[in-house]
Design a protein around this ligand. Sequence first.
Ligand code: GLC
Length: 566
Amino acid sequence: MLRSPLPGDPPPPPGLGLLITAPDAPATPDHGWWRDAVIYQVYVRSFQDSDGDGIGDLAGVRTRLPYLKRLGVDGVWLNPFYVSPQHDHGYDVADYCAVDPLYGTLDDFDDLVEDCRLLGLKLILDIVPNHCSSEHPWFRAALAGAPGSPERAPFHFADGRGEHGELPPNNWRAMFGGPAWSRVRESDGSWGQWYLHLFTPEQPDLNWRDPAVAAEFERVLRFWLDRGADGFRIDVAAGLYKHPELPDSPDPEADERTRDSVNPLAWNQPEVHDVWRHWRAICEEYTARDGRDRLLVGEASVPTPAEQAAYVRPDELHQAFFFHLLHAPWDAAHFHRVIDEAVQDIAATGSTVTWVLNNHDQVRTTTRFAAADELSGGVRARAAALLMLALPGAAYLYQGEELGLPEVDDLPDHLITDPIFQRTGSRVGIRDGCRIPLPWSGLESPFGFSPAGAKEPWLPQPAHFAAHTAERVLADTGSAWHLYRDALHLRRVLPQLGEGTLRWLDTPPGVLAFVRGEGLLCAVNFGDGPALAPVDGEPLLASGPCPPGILPAGTTAWWARDGRSF
Ligand code: GLC
């Protein structure tokens, strides 16, 4: 789909000539906008602190919207900002319809909606339906209620095994380490039943077989849609339903070991699809009123792209993150295979693939793709980004990737806040390193993240962030920021990009090349040495310097032709 240039868009790069065509008038004001949208993920806690407490907030996000507009994204996804004791930084929600005072107020949210509307940015919220906080009023009531009482129905309470119920009801393990069950004290002080939590004990799993749970989430969706949200990123979207008998798992360590959704009794139960059909119907109801598509994007971690496709059938979620690309090593054959699988399986549903390389749970690509040195990681991360932005479908960016930020992997143990560390005692998989507050300007911490005189940022920013401030990368036309901005601009004006077909070209091992809509060629050199460029002529855009006829190591380049096919 070709999007219209927006007011304030910079002029197209010179030399594009006939490649830029006039936009078609859409059938409804923005029907299907999400099919090839690029959404920027804001981890609110680490984006911009406006009140000086060292923690990012909604008013801070608002001040940076012009920056995001300038970058050229279509919208913003905000990580949870609801009332929460913050055991998992907001993924433990105690009140789904209120803003945590750490992050501001409902008025701040309303202001943000208004500014997003003015700037033409979509606003996507994060909804957490698999579990709530142990401080949610429902869970407090459940603890006060008796075994078998209606107060316990919204959760999974069960008697323990063993002579005195001293063993958990089954052998499931939690994603963040330890058993997936915790035992409660009943109101008389004696040890009692156990409750299920697939993450931390402070995140009790909700029981979606209780109709009150579905009704409550419908209320929550409508609350935020009525306030102007354009859609939701759905946390743990393959969760929600568990096997009704909660039997032992044949591979109890699976979830804990891989932190992926592989306990088939706890994840991906068929009933979950009915929830997404219902939520889609709610979104369609709002679209019918004003012609604006609402978006549901799921974090549906399921083993295969084919299983993932079930989540984006036409009456279910619009999008589901395609994590197989995010888990891919820097390897041409691997990238080729997962891209093919995604395009084929998801296209069969009529939806588009939703690509992602970074998010708040993963080691940043600059570090993930590093070979012997950080530098090659940065080079490859840029190449991977330019590859992703050439693929057919939608894409999500994570804050800071446009600044070329590396993972911070040397935080001292006592500063680590990730519950994974507390629960496992291991640094494997901890997520603080990709959540360090953003550097905006200046030469030392807080790098413009907080106002003058503020408390220290909630996680320390290393001195080397000085090389990655927004101020610095904006001033350097060879920076990652300008690459992202140029690529996003070209996606907006070139009909070959965004939704559409992909045709692979024959290439030597270690190089991938594909053609989009005939007029645009993207090639990537995954190797350690230079390769021959697949076409002559200067690239339209490249992730690094490209001498004539050469595609250097760790480089992606786009070439465009008007009217002629590659
Ligand atoms: C999702 C979130 C992650 C969170 C977990 C539990 O995987 O992305 O940050 O810890 O769900 O809600």
